[in-house]
Write a protein that binds this ligand. Structure first.
Ligand SMILES: [Fe+2]
Length: 316
């Protein structure tokens, strides 16, 4: 079980060798277990029974999220309150499904093991006629698996190059300025995602997902793959350089606070790092980093600060 639970063999092979850069629609293979493991009943049952952890939910309409008090009682999710907000057109976002839903955890772990990319998942339940999040883009690839109802996805080509981590996020300047300009343009793609379809949505593509024209509640789960980059490797190499005693030596305060002296220290640290890297055992580093890539918990994860009405949410 891995990417092949979502895609046919030819598509998996393509994804592994040339990570997608354009949106596309797919369907899981006919014999995929995913329909048994992840479906609308599973997602709805968390909300109908109150067994989802309240602090992992976001209840949001038109970009404005409720405080968790509005849908919990004594700290636990309150199914009656959730039903009330859903009846009022609020979308429920179930974050970190891989942390508390064993089936989703298994799929995400398998994808991470296969690709070396971090993987996590988020569920969305949007009432017919509603919209939770407005125009935004995400910093990582999403595989959007539609489980029930339909959702409309208007999608625009990336307005910034290689958005990554906090760089050019769509909810902070300067990315948000780009987003404002792009919103007036016609979308490059528009899909009505049907149950059983998977939308491959690469990072940086602005989207406006909604169920405004739909007569049925929309339920989907997005599997997010956090791509590895040269920047990720560079960070890990800098961490590995802790093995260098020269780099661990203390720099006296006078050489920190004096700009000229500090520039010299920076140059020295750069040279020491370069020397250390030049002598490093790349095979051993590769083995260590591969193990890390396949197992490390999510490092870019969206924080879970209390959400409030009017607070702009990150997307995934
Ligand atoms: Fe998104």
């Amino acid at each position: 079980m891995s990417l092949s639970i979502l895609f046919d063999d030819a598509t998996v092979s393509d994804i592994m060798t040339a990570w997608p850069t354009k949106p596309a629609l797919h369907k899981p293979p006919e014999d995929s277990l995913v329909r048994n493991l992840v479906n609308a009943n599973l997602v709805n049952s968390y909300l109908d029974t109150g067994t989802a952890p309240a602090d992992q939910l976001i209840v949001i309409r038109d970009g404005a999220a409720l405080h968790s008090r509005a849908y919990s009682t004594d700290g636990y999710l309150d199914p009656g309150k959730v039903a009330k907000w859903r009846g009022r057109g609020y979308t429920v976002q179930l974050r970190n499904l891989h942390r508390w839903c064993p089936a989703v955890h298994a799929i995400c772990s398998a994808i991470q093991n296969e690709t070396g990319y971090g993987a996590y998942a988020t569920g969305f339940v949007t009432p017919a006629g509603g919209q939770g999040l407005h125009h935004h883009w995400d910093q990582n690839m999403g595989f959007v698996y539609q489980l029930a109802g339909r959702k409309t996805w208007q999608i625009w080509e990336p307005g910034v190059e290689e958005p990554h981590r906090e760089q050019f996020a769509s909810n902070t300047s300067p990315g948000s300025d780009v987003l404002d300009r792009m919103k007036s343009m016609r979308p490059d793609y528009e899909f009505d995602l049907e149950p059983g379809q998977i939308l491959v949505l690469p990072r940086g593509w602005m989207h406006n997902p909604h169920a405004r024209d739909q007569g049925q509640d929309s339920v989907h789960v997005t599997f997010v793959a956090r791509e590895r980059t040269g920047y990720w490797i560079a960070g890990k190499l800098a961490q590995a350089a802790l093995a260098s005693a020269s780099l661990r030596r203390v720099i006296p305060p006078a050489s920190i606070v004096d700009p000229d002296a500090f520039a010299g220290q920076i140059a020295e640290a750069r040279d020491l790092l370069t020397q250390w890297l030049a002598g490093a055992d790349l095979s051993a580093l590769a083995a260590d980093l591969l193990q890390t890539a396949r197992t490390e918990p999510n490092v870019d994860y969206i924080s879970h600060a209390p959400s409030l009405i009017g607070h702009q949410q990150s997307a995934r």
